[in-house]
Design a protein around this ligand. Structure first.
Ligand SMILES: *Cc1c(COP(=O)(O)O)cnc(C)c1O
Length: 412
C-alpha cells in the first residue's frame, strides 16, 4: 500500500494508472478512462504526445541538467517564446519547478519593490492583497497568500504580509489597500476555489487601482495559463488590455514535465526609468533545478505546439460547447457551468441529490464518474471541474460528456 511509506497527504482514489495515450488513461487492470483531469490542468497536450516524447528523449540523451552558473540556450529560447508569444509584454523570465515556487518568487519581487518604492516615511511596503477562495500553493509563502483557511490549519504562525478580500469586489479591495500594500495578486479564473472567473470590470478596476496606488499587479497563471482559458494567458481571456507586472506559471507550460516560471515586466518603476525586472540582480534569487536543458526543451515543445496548433482558440470553442451542452441537458442537479475555455466547473445544486456521509457533492459525483470511466476533478465542495487536454479529440470529448450525462441523470 502506498500509505505505508508515502506520507498520506493525498486522499487517493483506488485506481493505479499504468499508461496514458492522448486523452485516455489505462489502469493496471487494463481499464480505459476518458481523462478530463489531465494531471489537474497540467498535461496540456494529453499523454505521450509524440513531439513531447521526442523532445524529452532527444534532450535527455544530450544534456539533462546544467547549472545556472553557465549559459543555457534552451532557457533563452523558451524565455523569448514566453515573452513574445504568451505574455506579449516586454519582460524577463525566471525558471523554477512548480507553481508554489513561482508564486514565492513573485512575492519576493513584490517585497523588494516595496523596499525600492517605500512608504512616505521611507519604511518598506510589504503587504500583498489576495482573495478569498484563491489558491496559490503549499509553501510557507504561497500558503499564506492563499485565501482559504482550510489549507493553513495548524501551520501558523503564517508568513506575515497578506490580507484577503472577496473576489470581484472592487470596493472591498479599494478599502483594504493601505500604506504598507505593495501588490495585488489574483487568478484570472480561481481554479481550486471553485472555477470562479474574474469579471472584466473587476480586472480592469484592479489594474487601475494598481496604477493609482503604485502597486504591482501580480497574476497567478499557474492553472489558467498557456491556452487553458481560451487565450494564451487567463487575464487575456478576461480583459486583454490589462498589463500585469508579475506573472507566475507552472502546470500546463510543461505538458506534464515539472516546470514553473515567473515573468517580471520591464516597465519603468520610477522617474529615472529603472526597469522593474532589473531589481532582481545577481544573488537575489535562485533554484538549482530551475530551467534545466531538459525542462526547457520540453516546455519549448509544449508551448510551440500550443501556439502552432492554435490550441487556445480551440479551447475557447470547445469550452463554449461544453457549457451549452451540459446546460442544455436541463438537469435539476446542475446549477451553472462556470469558467472560461477548457477550465470549466459544473456547479452542483445543493440538495438536488443525496450525498453519502463524509463526502462532498463534488467528491461524490467525481467518484461516480470514475466508476463510469471518466476522470474529472472537484474544485471546492460543490463544483466538478472539467479540464481536459487542450487537444482532446472531439470524439473523446463527446465520449466523456456522455459518461457525465449518464452519471448526472442517475443522481437521486
Ligand atoms: C496548482 C496551483 C498552484 C500550485 O502549483 P504547484 O505546482 O502545485 O506548486 C498555484 N496556483 C494555482 C492557481 C494553482 O492552480
Amino acid at each position: 500500500m502506498i500509505q505505508e511509506h508515502v506520507l498520506p497527504t493525498y486522499g487517493r482514489a483506488p485506481i493505479t494508472v499504468a499508461k496514458g495515450e492522448g486523452s485516455y488513461l489505462f489502469d493496471t487492470e487494463g481499464r480505459r478512462y476518458v481523462d478530463f483531469c489531465a494531471g489537474i490542468a497540467t498535461c496540456s497536450l494529453g499523454h505521450c504526445h509524440p513531439a513531447v516524447v521526442a523532445a524529452v528523449s532527444k534532450q535527455a540523451g544530450e544534456l539533462m541538467h546544467c547549472s545556472n552558473l553557465y549559459n543555457i540556450p534552451q532557457q533563452e529560447e523558451l524565455a523569448q517564446l514566453i515573452v513574445e508569444k504568451a505574455i506579449g509584454i516586454p519582460g524577463r523570465v525566471f525558471f523554477c519547478n512548480s507553481g508554489a515556487e513561482a508564486n514565492d518568487g513573485i512575492i519576493k519581487v513584490a517585497r523588494r519593490f516595496g523596499h525600492r518604492r517605500p512608504q512616505a516615511d521611507g519604511s518598506p511596503r510589504y503587504e500583498v492583497i489576495t482573495f478569498n477562495k484563491s489558491f496559490h500553493g503549499r509553501t510557507l509563502g504561497s500558503m499564506a497568500a492563499t485565501g482559504q483557511t482550510k489549507i493553513q490549519v495548524e501551520f501558523d504562525p503564517l508568513l506575515v504580509g497578506f490580507k484577503y478580500v472577496d473576489f470581484n469586489d472592487l470596493e472591498a479591495l479599494r478599502a483594504a489597500v493601505s500604506e504598507v500594500t505593495c501588490g495585488i495578486m489574483l487568478e484570472a479564473v480561481q481554479g481550486e476555489g471553485g472555477v470562479n472567473p474574474a469579471t472584466p470590470e473587476f480586472l480592469r478596476g484592479v489594474a487601475e487601482l494598481c496604477k493609482e496606488k503604485d502597486l504591482l499587479l501580480m497574476i497567478d497563471e499557474v492553472q489558467c495559463g498557456y491556452g487553458r482559458t481560451g487565450a494564451m494567458m487567463g487575464w487575456q481571456a478576461v480583459c486583454p488590455e490589462v498589463k500585469p507586472d508579475l506573472v507566475s506559471c507552472a502546470k500546463g507550460i510543461g505538458g506534464g514535465f515539472p516546470m514553473g516560471c515567473f515573468w517580471v515586466s520591464n516597465r519603468a518603476m520610477d522617474a529615472a526609468g529603472t526597469e522593474l525586472s532589473s531589481i532582481m540582480g545577481p544573488g537575489s534569487h535562485g533554484s538549482t533545478f530551475g530551467g534545466t536543458p531538459l525542462a526547457c526543451a520540453t516546455a519549448l515543445t509544449v508551448v510551440s505546439e500550443i501556439v502552432k496548433q492554435q490550441l487556445a482558440e480551440r479551447a475557447a470553442k470547445l469550452g463554449e460547447y461544453i457549457k451549452t451542452t451540459v446546460e442544455g441537458w436541463g438537469l435539476p442537479c446542475v446549477e451553472t457551468v462556470r469558467g472560461l475555455g477548457l477550465l470549466r466547473g459544473v456547479g452542483l445544486r445543493k440538495g438536488a441529490f443525496s450525498v453519502p456521509e463524509g463526502n462532498t457533492p463534488a467528491g461524490y459525483v467525481n467518484s461516480l464518474c470514475m466508476q463510469a470511466g471518466l476522470l474529472a476533478c472537484p474544485a471546492g465542495p460543490d463544483t466538478l471541474r472539467l479540464i481536459p487536454a487542450l487537444n482532446v479529440p472531439e470524439e473523446v470529448l463527446e465520449e466523456g460528456l456522455a459518461i457525465l450525462k449518464t452519471v448526472l441523470e442517475g443522481l437521486v
